[in-house]
Design a protein around this ligand. Structure first.
Ligand code: SF4
Length: 697
């Protein structure tokens, strides 16, 4: 039923096997000193998994174009050799690959960086204006001659890409990078030929495209254009359309439509952003192209799409030619192949958490994926089947246990998974109750489907005992965490519940006090005040951010607690309390401000600096506030979100305990995730530890 998605198409000189593009992602693999082996393995797996066209992470067109120290520049430090390996890998798997030509402009984080001559790295921009996260870096304004040289840098990089064997180039002009900066009145205050009027601000983009087109006449040339900057006072729709009209006669083969700048205050890529929210912008630009004298130019839509059935709807009903997905290819390299085969249950869906990808990328750390810890580490963890299958027992069916079981099963081990509750998923099963996090259930669905397909045994509602595990070649203990209880007078009253109870069973109407304002407290508050219906949230999102949200795409994950069973209340009835630290601590840097901001928008009360939780009475939680004053917090229900504890004993002092039993029986085991360290429980660490443990077998 993916008739359009699966149909071949042409992009300039290229014929592509389907309509799915793997969008550009900065991984850091570009600068690994491994001759390109890691990058080649990463791209090979995605091409083999069906991506018709891959766009590389941004490749800086000069030293000063780099966004940080882990950006590659053609011709520097073995970059060409690495990219040649990657290109060959993609071609061997039947895919095509574009080099993304990148210039960070004022987004370059050059602190401590040096150029190839050992000199401190410059940051440059149309005007000397730092951005909001500039860490003290004020870019230098490019001189007129430097602007001309930068245009030639793009052309030279395109020639390098051609010489290396790339099928084409994508010019990065979106997301607030240099070309976008030239276009916007917010970042271009020049009054020379490159600024001062909308037409002159567009000249840089036009000049770059013309120069690149002329440099590589036989290659595909596309541009990643900003469909909307989502920055107050920035480029208008009319100006975007005017740029499209100026670019089309230049011989461009395609336009990929991006959205928002990195500094925009409108959420664009977080889980809370409705699926497909930005597709209307791509359709709008496609309409401009179709009505022009160059209707043949391809338009590619992207952002917040995770399911190719949604892609099919977009391609069928809209005007675009192809869809680009990026993070979903981290989560599941084979998502195209699996979807085209109709095996949607097996697709490991990107949950939009950003925890192992964007949150790491922006600090220069290696990029991976929470739900696919192999991502970016394909060489270290090859998928080769084992030649010596072992009996692997996994205790715990949460994110870490599922990651361990799936990896072991994929490589041909004989796997048994034990889950004490009657549901798989652990913390993900709970997270899926939170509005905007429904996709967490997809991770569980995909893991279960894969375990079933590979013949693994899954025991639900059955806690493993040492006797069950005797004889195993290896046991991975991923028993996870349980909510920590609090010792406050009144905490055993019936209206005091754990976050697990609240999320599973719902919370009756009335006021709620949440003890603990970390990530779980914030999520629990969202559960209490936000609609579980994505279409409703999409409408609210569009109104709140004054954007044109498609609202037609709702993902593939059913609601678990029926919508009708959820009691919603005004935000003013909910109080989130915490002793110290920021609200939402534990949520990644790219998502925390969104998660906390939506609670503030809803009117949820946030009370920090609580000195003491004094006592709980029916209807009231008494606290000592930051001024030492005793205060009553309305609380028909108190939800405790005070962290977690390990679900198994680990010190072996309990002779009945699982670990003590395993040790006594001489069964080799490893403990991973929250069961190993519940104090700093971190889902990325948990799934990564699970993978590493199962690979040590
Ligand atoms: Fe998606 Fe999260 Fe994986 Fe990033 S880390 S690709 S957002 S699932």
């Amino acid at each position: 039923d993916l008739a359009v998605v699966s149909s071949p198409w042409t992009l300039g000189p290229l014929t592509l096997r389907n309509r799915v593009v793997m969008g550009s992602m900065h991984t850091g693999l570009e600068v690994h000193d491994d001759g390109g082996a890691g990058m080649a393995a990463f791209y090979r797996e995605r091409a083999a998994g069906g991506a018709a066209l891959i766009v590389t992470g941004g490749i800086a067109v000069s030293d000063e174009a780099r966004g940080g120290p882990d950006f590659a520049v053609f011709g520097v430090g073995g970059a060409d050799e690495r990219f040649r390996a990657a290109v060959e890998a993609v071609h061997e798997e039947g895919g095509a690959v574009l080099a993304q030509l990148f210039h960070a402009g004022r987004y370059a984080l050059v602190n401590g960086m040096v150029d190839r001559h050992g000199q401190p790295q410059r940051a440059v921009a149309p005007s000397a204006l730092p951005w909001s996260a500039a860490r003290g870096v004020v870019p230098e304004e490019l001189t007129g001659a430097e602007v001309e040289r930068t245009i030639e840098d793009f052309a030279a990089a395109a020639r390098s890409a051609r010489d290396i064997g790339f099928d084409g180039v994508e010019i990065m002009a979106s997301e607030g990078y240099l070309i976008n900066q030239f276009q916007s009145p917010l970042t271009n205050l020049r009054d020379d030929e490159w600024g001062g009027s909308p037409a002159r601000r567009r000249r840089f983009a036009v000049a770059v495209v013309a120069a690149v087109r002329a440099a590589v006449p036989g290659l595909a040339v596309t541009i990643r254009l900003s469909g909307a900057d989502l920055m107050p006072g920035s480029t208008t729709d009319d100006e975007v359309d005017a740029l499209v009209h100026e670019l089309l006669p230049l011989g461009l083969d395609g336009i990929s439509v991006g959205i928002g700048w990195h500094e925009t205050r409108t959420p664009t890529v977080q889980a809370a952003v409705p699926h497909g929210a930005w597709l209307s912008y791509a359709n709008r630009i496609a309409g401009v192209v179709r009505a022009s004298s160059h209707p043949e130019v391809r338009v590619i839509a992207s952002n917040r799409m995770t399911d190719l059935r949604d892609g099919e709807a977009v391609l069928t009903d809209g005007l675009v030619d192809a869809v680009a997905l990026a993070r979903p290819f981290l989560a599941d390299p084979a998502l195209v192949e699996r979807s085209l085969a109709g095996a949607y249950d097996l697709v490991n869906t990107c949950i939009g958490c950003n925890q192992a990808c964007l949150d790491r990328s922006i600090v220069g750390a290696p990029v991976s994926c929470l739900v696919n810890p192999r991502a970016g580490r394909e060489l270290a963890f090859p998928l080769r089947p084992t030649v010596a299958p072992k009996r692997v027992e996994v205790v715990g069916g949460g994110p870490a246990g599922l990651a361990a079981a799936v990896d072991a099963a994929r490589r041909g081990h004989v796997v048994t998974l034990w889950e004490a509750s009657d549901r798989l998923g652990g913390q993900f099963d709970l997270a899926a109750m939170v509005p905007g996090k429904e996709d967490y259930a997809a991770t569980v669905r995909a893991a279960r489907a894969e375990l079933d397909a590979r013949g693994a045994t899954v025991h639900l509602g059955r806690a493993a005992t040492p006797a069950d595990l005797v004889g195993a070649d290896a046991v991975v203990v991923a028993a996870g965490v349980v909510p920590r209880r609090i010792d406050v007078p009144g905490s055993s009253l019936p209206h005091v519940v754990s976050y697990e109870q609240a999320l599973r069973e719902g919370v009756p109407a009335g006021t709620v006090a949440i003890i603990g304002g970390g990530g779980i407290g914030v999520d629990t508050a969202a559960f209490l005040v936000e609609s579980p219906d994505e279409a409703t949230r999409a409408t609210e999102f569009g109104l709140r951010w004054e954007v044109d949200v498609s609202g037609e795409i709702v993902g593939d994950v059913p609601q678990r607690l029926p919508v009708a069973d959820r009691v919603l209340r005004p935000g003013s009835q909910v109080t989130v309390l915490r002793r110290s630290g920021k609200f939402g601590t534990g949520i990644g840097i790219t998502s925390r401000w969104v998660a906390v901001g939506r609670l503030r928008d809803a009117g949820v009360r946030m009370v920090g600096g609580v000195q003491e939780y004094l006592r709980i009475e029916p209807g009231v939680l008494w606290i000592r506030d930051e001024d030492g004053v005793e205060r009553a917090v309305p609380a028909d229900t108190v939800v405790v979100c005070a962290g977690q504890e390990r679900a198994v004993d680990l010190d072996g002092t309990d002779p009945e305990g699982l670990l003590a039993g395993l040790a006594a029986a001489g069964v080799p085991f490893e403990v991973v995730g929250g069961a190993r360290d519940a104090r700093s429980v971190d889902a990325v660490r948990a799934t990564s530890e699970a993978l590493e443990a199962v690979r040590r077998l």
